[in-house]
Ligand binder design. Structure first.
Ligand code: ZN
Length: 500
């Protein structure tokens, strides 16, 4: 077994290197690459990605897995060897089932669909995007069928992001969450809305940047193995545990974007930095899932970064940084302003109370599209009807409605659920953390985060991809992914702010 495992690990390390190189090229493309270099970069990326695909689906891997599978069956399922074989099987079987012609078709579709989406959005005309969206849905239906039999046609799509999770499970979680979240928003809407005009003033970009950097340094983001740069669409990206980079965006006339965006990305980054060094370049050294990843970013952005104890420490620093803008704004008023609840059309601008409804809407529509119960032509109308049901708003046009997200034009389906599940998991972890670390609120009030980060390192980061997301959440919290803690968190927080 040892010898076979060593051979498998060697191949995985090479694959990991190729993927890291592809990520580095992608990072450069989104930060510093001159605009005229796009075509050449497309070739570089395509070649590296092809090499990675060929290596991980090579007959050699198939032979190794054939020999290892029966041997691994006799091992403790939680052992490193058993996990490694399981993950390698999954990767191999998923990737070898997609015919090369479908991969090529998807690449062509994405470049055409993305252009059409950009034009449709700028001209505010869904009809321009509709034929491409029809092809995306058709491709995704054929993709799901490669993995038949399934309980639900959406399962194979979801599984790419949340290994092992079933559509029915997510639907049950969301069915529990939706009415409670709608009821909370309605209660909040009946109360006076806090003022947040002070957030919309001129804030010198360099000072915003420096403040965010001071905060994430206190969080524990490791600059020796990371850096931060500007990008139009902020993200965090890993080239291995020793190099995990962040990007952010600064708006001169709005304080929240850089601040909370940077906190958010640092949560992603600290997760990737927390993967144990001995798992670096291994298939075991990946994050558990997109939802688990998002739980880390949301925890630092919201549970920490939008909390009162956090601002009891950091508000004096922020006021010193921007005395003219914030000198006259009391801590409480600031805290209420950054936590204002206001239903809006755009997902990425949504507050904590309304965000999940944007996600549920998207997932329900995706499911209906791949099931065939909703025609693409009827998508804008279905979108607007749900916006009205959940948030009490009807988008004035498709650009602020069905055309707002880039995901579908990139042939992504099954991804959105991770955003809402990540919120739920962040609150589940938080209940566990505050039970384990009773001194945490006081530590946060002192600007100390080492015990919190240490807890996350031990319980979440160190597990890497050893467990599927549901199993990991169950191991840490004692229950599967559940809406209860998130609703308790929201009701407690907004109950206090809005006097409900
Ligand atoms: Zn995120």
């Amino acid at each position: 077994v040892e010898k076979l495992l060593e051979q498998l690990k060697t191949i995985q390390a090479e694959v990991s290197d190729l993927d890291a190189v592809a990520n580095l090229l992608d990072w450069d493309q989104q930060t510093y690459m001159p605009a005229g270099a796009a075509e050449g970069r497309g070739y570089h990326l395509a070649t590296i990605q092809r090499l990675s695909h060929e290596r991980r689906t090579s007959p050699e891997v198939g032979r190794l897995l054939e020999q290892l599978e029966p041997l691994a069956a006799g091992l403790d399922p939680d052992s490193e060897a058993a996990c490694l074989v399981r993950l390698a099987q999954r990767d191999f079987h998923k990737r070898t089932r997609i015919p090369p012609a479908m991969v090529a078709e998807a690449a062509q579709l994405i470049s055409a669909a993305f252009q059409a989406w950009q034009q449709a959005r700028s001209e505010n005309n869904f009809a321009l995007f509709q034929p491409y969206m029809e092809r995306v849905v058709d491709w995704r239906r054929r993709y799901a069928d490669l993995f038949a039999p399934y309980d639900h046609i959406y399962d194979p799509l979801l599984d790419d992001y949340e290994p092992g999770m079933k559509t029915r499970e997510v639907q049950a979680i969301f069915d529990d969450l939706r009415p409670r979240q709608v009821a909370l928003i309605q209660k909040v809407a009946a109360r006076p809305m806090p003022d947040d005009a002070f957030l919309h003033q001129y804030f010198e970009p360099q000072k915003q940047w420096d403040f965010a950097a001071r905060v994430i340094t206190a969080f524990g983001y490791d600059w020796r193995h990371g850096r931060i740069d500007k990008a139009a669409h902020p993200f965090s990206i890993s080239f291995g545990v020793d190099d995990v980079r962040l990007t952010t965006r600064v708006l001169p006339d709005f304080l929240n974007t850089c601040m909370f965006g940077t906190f958010h990305e640092s949560g992603h980054g600290m997760y990737d930095q927390g993967i144990p060094l001995e798992l670096n370049r291994s298939l075991l050294g990946n994050p558990a899932s997109y939802a688990i990843h998002e739980s880390q970013s949301r925890l630092w952005e919201n549970l920490v970064g939008r909390s009162l104890p956090f601002w009891e420490h950091f508000y004096s620093d922020l006021q010193r940084t921007f005395p003219a803008q914030l000198g006259g704004v009391e801590l409480r008023a600031f805290y209420h302003g950054i936590n204002r609840v206001k239903p809006s059309f755009i997902r990425v601008e949504a507050d904590e109370a309304t965000y999940n409804l944007h996600i549920m809407l998207r997932m329900e529509l995706e499911i209906a599209l791949v099931e065939g119960s909703l025609a693409v032509a009827d998508l804008p109308e279905a979108w607007n009807a749900r916006m009205q049901d959940y948030l009490g708003l009807t988008p004035p046009n498709d650009a602020q409605g069905v055309l707002q997200d880039v995901h579908w034009s990139n042939n992504y389906m099954g991804y959105f659920a991770a955003y809402a599940l990540g919120n739920l998991i962040s609150a589940q972890l938080w209940e566990r953390i505050t039970a384990d670390l009773p001194g945490l609120p006081e530590q946060i009030r002192q600007g100390q985060f080492d015990e919190l980060l240490g807890w996350l390192r031990r319980n979440v980061h160190a597990q890497a991809s050893r467990y599927e997301p549901q199993a990991l959440v169950r191991r840490i919290t004692g229950s599967g992914i559940d809406a209860g803690p998130y609703m308790r968190y929201l009701e407690g927080k907004y109950g206090e702010i809005y006097g409900l």
